[in-house]
Design a binder for this molecule. Structure first.
Ligand SMILES: [Zn+2]
Length: 367
């Protein structure tokens, strides 16, 4: 299965190009608004029908190239198929591109875009990791985006085959929490005071999410903007990267608690912890999942029912108080999140029957 990744490339247009980019965004948005009216009148979201009804007029009226006109029609039809976007208005902040009107060149890191009056070659400002991901790729689609601060970005979509997941030899359990962002079964803590501050900053957002679940989380993540959300996103990226690197270098799979469907549970074992489950967790989990996929690290989800209250040594129920877990049977006293991470790791190993799998691979190696 191919995976699609979007790489946001910062553009460095000349003043002249910037004017032309602005004009293109404005014409594209105006065309979309016009097309939406036509689609409404024709009572259709079918691209072919809409194209038949207004293609020539769109080109004449807004001066778009043939393929930009097609892209505008495609955008409107796609938007009108989603009930929530049915009556969407189109702001002059983005333009869709396909392979005929866009190309990327890796030797000088420039891209070529069809604009309103011309085809322009634009310089980009890329980091090393972006260059590494774009190298050798032939992207077939992209979205030109104008940010609120006036910066132009080209969101380039690349498709690639993910590396074959490597057969893990053990499991790295990861407990995601509020006080510490993540604690793994190696007792590594991933803390970030900024994250806590930011998470505390959105109590309304959290409450709203708790009522509605992850679909809402997706929308909220989209809506959150500004410096703080970007900052937080960067921290989540860093933590996800470190977790995946740790699992990869030690040939382990990653186990996380399966929090989907938690709201349907009749008995929630850890109400205090789930209270804080939020869009931030959702974002961090998404980052771990896709970075793991890119790195060939398998991710397993485990039942969260007993992970925080069970002693990882003797499986007896223990007490959790603050950051400390204490077992009443074997009298171990340890970091509560670390104990949870150890339980998650053990459950993850059971999920994949890791013992069987590693036996198989030992047998295969012996043959
Ligand atoms: Zn114990």
């Amino acid at each position: 299965m191919k995976i699609v990744r979007t790489i946001a490339c910062k553009l460095a247009p000349t003043d002249e190009q910037r004017t032309e980019l602005d004009a293109t965004c404005a014409a594209f948005a105006a065309a979309c608004t016009f097309i939406a009216d036509v689609a409404r009148q024709e009572h259709t979201t079918n691209k072919v029908k809409v194209q038949h009804a207004c293609y020539a007029e769109v080109r004449r009226r807004f001066g778009l190239s043939a393929n930009l006109a097609i892209r505008a029609i495609a955008r409107v039809c796609a938007a009108r198929k989603v009930p929530a976007k049915m009556h969407a208005t189109f702001a002059p902040t983005s333009v869709d591109y396909d392979a005929r009107i866009f190309s990327f060149r890796a030797w000088d890191w420039t891209c070529s875009l069809t604009l309103l009056h011309t085809r322009a070659r634009l310089a980009t400002v890329l980091g090393d990791s972006q260059k590494a991901r774009l190298q050798g790729q032939t992207p077939t689609s992209a979205t030109l985006v104008k940010r609120r601060d006036g910066l132009y970005l080209l969101h380039v979509q690349i498709t690639a085959l993910p590396p074959m997941p490597r057969t893990p030899t053990a499991t790295l359990g990861v407990d995601l929490g509020l006080r510490r962002v993540a604690v793994d079964s190696d007792a590594q803590r991933y803390e970030a005071t900024e994250v806590q501050r930011l998470r505390a900053h959105y109590p309304k957002v959290r409450r709203s999410l708790q009522r509605k679940g992850t679909q809402e989380a997706k929308r909220l993540l989209k809506r959150l903007s500004g410096r703080e959300a970007r900052h937080m996103r960067a921290i989540h990226h860093t933590i996800a990267k470190r977790l995946v690197a740790q699992a990869r270098t030690t040939r382990r799979q990653i186990a996380l608690e399966d929090l989907t469907g938690i709201r349907q549970r009749t008995k929630v074992r850890k109400p205090q912890r789930y209270q804080h489950q939020s869009w931030a967790f959702y974002q961090l989990r998404q980052f771990v999942a896709y970075k793991a996929q890119d790195a060939g690290v398998p991710v397993v989800l485990v039942d969260p029912a007993y992970t925080s209250k069970t002693c990882h040594l003797c499986q007896h129920r223990g007490h959790r108080s603050g950051l400390t877990f204490s077992c009443t049977r074997c009298s171990v006293v340890m970091d509560a999140d670390w104990n949870a991470a150890m339980n998650i790791a053990a459950a993850g190993a059971v999920v994949t029957r890791l013992e069987d799998a590693s036996h198989e691979s030992v047998k295969a190696a012996a043959l």
